[in-house]
Design a protein around this ligand. Structure first.
Ligand code: IPM
Ligand code: MG
Length: 357
C-alpha cells in the first residue's frame, strides 16, 4: 500500500501529522511518501502542483491531503494559485466522485447552530460530481462583448456543461451508495432554468430505472439549500453537480456542528482516491496547534475503507474518534461548557490511545 502524503498549507501540516500518527498506530504495512503541494510547493518549486508531486500521486494507491491556500497568494495569476493543485489532481487522476458524509456525532448535537432535535442522528451523504460542470467547462475567459446587455464592454464567461457518460457514472455511484444505506437518492438540479441540469435530471432518471429498489426524487438547488436547514434528516444520499455540490456540502457540514469534523473521499473509476478534510487551510489559526484534526483522521479512515481494502481498520479509527468525543475531549471549534479543551496534537494522541484501548 503506497500513500502519497500531501499536507499543503496552513493547518494542513498540523492535521495531516495527526492522521499519520493514527495510521502508524494501526501497524499496517504501508509506505508513506510526503511531498509539497499548494502554496508550499509554489514557494519551493514555483508551481502549486509540481511534476514530482503529480507523479507521486499517480503512482500511489491513495493520497492523504491536508489543505491548500492562503490569502497571500490571491494576487497570483490563476494558474499559480494554490487551489489549482487540488483542481489539477482531481482532473489528472480523474477523481470524479466526491463523497462528503455529514454525520452528527451524538455528543456534539449541542455544537450545531440548529436545534438538537433537527440534527440528532443526522447521517446524510453528499455525492458531488468533481471533474465536470462549470468548474472545468471550456470555453472560459475574458473578452470584449459582441452582444448581450453591453456590447463593446469587457466581460468574463465560464461554460456549464455535462455529457451523458459523466452524469451516468456519478448517478451509478449514488444509487450504489444508497443501496448500502437508506435506499433513497435525491438528485439536486436547476432544471427549471438551466439546459445542463434538465439534461442532468433526465439522465439520472434513466439510470434510476436500473435501481428499482432505490427511491429517487429530484429537488431544485435553491429548495435543497432550504430543506437542508429545515429538515436535514429527510435526506439520505444527495447527488449533484460540481458547483452545487461545493456549496451544499459546506452547508451540510455546518449542520454537524463544525466543518472541522467532516472527512471526504474523491474517487476515480479504479478506486484510487484522494482523501481530505472538507474544510480549508484556515491560515488564521495555522501554527497555533488548535486546529481540529478529526476530519483528517476520519478521511484516513475513508482511505482505508475505499482505496486500501482495510474496512476493519477504518471501523477501528471511527470507533476511536467516537470514544474521544464521548470522553468529552474537544478542540476549540467544538468546545462547549463542561467539556475538556484540547489542542491538535493532544486530540491525535487521544485517538491513538483510544485505538489501543
Ligand atoms: C472544496 C473547495 C475547492 C472547490 C476549492 C479549494 C478549489 O472549496 O473542495 O470544496 O471549490 O472544489
Ligand atoms: Mg468547497
Amino acid at each position: 500500500m503506497k500513500i502519497a502524503i500531501l499536507p499543503g498549507d496552513g493547518i494542513g501540516k498540523e492535521i495531516v501529522a495527526e492522521a499519520v500518527k493514527v495510521l502508524h498506530a494501526l501497524e499496517l504495512p504501508f509506505e508513506g511518501e510526503t511531498a509539497l503541494v499548494g502554496g508550499a510547493a509554489y514557494e519551493a518549486h514555483g508551481h502549486p502542483l509540481p511534476e514530482s508531486t503529480l507523479a507521486l500521486a499517480k503512482q500511489s494507491d491513495a493520497i492523504l491531503f491536508g489543505a491548500v491556500g492562503d490569502w497571500k497568494y490571491d494576487q497570483l495569476e490563476r494558474s499559480l494559485r494554490p487551489e489549482q493543485a487540488i483542481l489539477g489532481l482531481r482532473k489528472a487522476l480523474g477523481l470524479f466522485a466526491n463523497l462528503r458524509p455529514a454525520i452528527c456525532h451524538a455528543p456534539l448535537v449541542g455544537a450545531s447552530s440548529l436545534k438538537p432535535e433537527l440534527i440528532a442522528g443526522l447521517d446524510l451523504l453528499i455525492i458531488r460530481e468533481l471533474t465536470g460542470d462549470i468548474y472545468f467547462g471550456q470555453p472560459r475567459g475574458r473578452r470584449i462583448a459582441s452582444d448581450g446587455h453591453f456590447p463593446g464592454s469587457e466581460e468574463a464567461f465560464d461554460t456549464m456543461r455535462y455529457s451523458r457518460p459523466e452524469i451516468e457514472r456519478i448517478a451509478h455511484v449514488a444509487f450504489q451508495a444508497a443501496r448500502k444505506r437508506g435506499k433513497k437518492v435525491t438528485s439536486v438540479d436547476k432544471a427549471n432554468v438551466l439546459e445542463t441540469f434538465q439534461f442532468w435530471k433526465d439522465v439520472v432518471t434513466d439510470v434510476g430505472r436500473e435501481y428499482p429498489d432505490v427511491a429517487l426524487d429530484h429537488m431544485y438547488v435553491d429548495n435543497a439549500a432550504m430543506q437542508l436547514v429545515k429538515a436535514p434528516k429527510k435526506f439520505d444520499v444527495v447527488v449533484t453537480g460540481n458547483m452545487f455540490g461545493d456549496i451544499l456540502s459546506d452547508e451540510a457540514a455546518m449542520l454537524t456542528g463544525s466543518i472541522g469534523m467532516l472527512p471526504s473521499a474523491s474517487l476515480n473509476a479504479s478506486n484510487q482516491g484522494l482523501y481530505e478534510p472538507s474544510h480549508g487551510s484556515a491560515p488564521d489559526i495555522a501554527g497555533q496547534g488548535i486546529a481540529n484534526p478529526l476530519a483528517t483522521i476520519m478521511s484516513a479512515a475513508m482511505m482505508l475503507r475505499f482505496s486500501l481494502n482495510q474496512a476493519e481498520a477504518a471501523d477501528r479509527i471511527e470507533a476511536a474518534v467516537a470514544r474521544v468525543l464521548e470522553q468529552g475531549l474537544r478542540t476549540p471549534d467544538i468546545h462547549s461548557e463542561g467539556t475538556t479543551r484540547v489542542g491538535t496534537a493532544e486530540m491525535g494522541d487521544a485517538v491513538v490511545k483510544a485505538l489501543r484501548a
